[in-house]
Design a protein around this ligand. Structure first.
Ligand code: DQA
Length: 141
């Protein structure tokens, strides 16, 4: 069975409460359960969330020594600022897909720069919780 690491960055632990008009009413746990129910017999997913840039960097570094087939990451706001997460992603030899619940290019201009995505093979943005599912599905295909 394939094994995929799914990393979520800052404020994604506040989904459900946070700007529901942008991100919907599902919590991150709802999204995890929904996504896992769609793909459960095909892939094992390990979900990780942190609000701290260094913890995300360390989790990516750890993934380098583990047996993951791919990484899906929603870096949250760090997508627009983090050279450190970008550099950590560059260390990995496995495919990386960056996901965003919202369509970042329809939002504020500061969200149009995706630093971390420069280290990803693909981006999913604007499909809500389906961004995670579609990313995993495309990795399996
Ligand atoms: C987000 C988009 C980011 O701009 C924002 O800072 C987030 C969530 C998304 O999933 O749409 O925290 O990554």
């Amino acid at each position: 069975m394939k094994k995929i690491l799914i990393i979520n960055g800052p404020n994604l632990n506040m989904l459900g409460l946070r700007e529901p008009e942008v991100y919907g009413s599902d919590t991150l746990e709802d999204i995890r359960l929904w996504t896992d129910s769609k793909i459960k017999s095909l892939v094992e997913t390990i979900w990780f969330q942190s609000n701290l840039e260094g913890e995300i960097v360390s989790r990516i570094q750890l993934a380098h020594t583990e047996q993951f087939d791919a990484l899906v990451i929603n870096p949250g706001g760090y997508a627009h600022t983090s050279v450190a997460i970008h550099d950590a992603l560059k260390i990995l030899k496995i495919p990386v897909i960056e996901v965003h619940l919202s369509q970042v290019y329809k939002r504020e201009e500061f969200r149009h720069t995706l630093l971390t995505a420069k280290a990803a093979s693909a981006i999913m943005s604007g499909l809500g919780k389906q961004s995670y599912y579609r990313a995993i599905q495309s990795l399996l295909d």
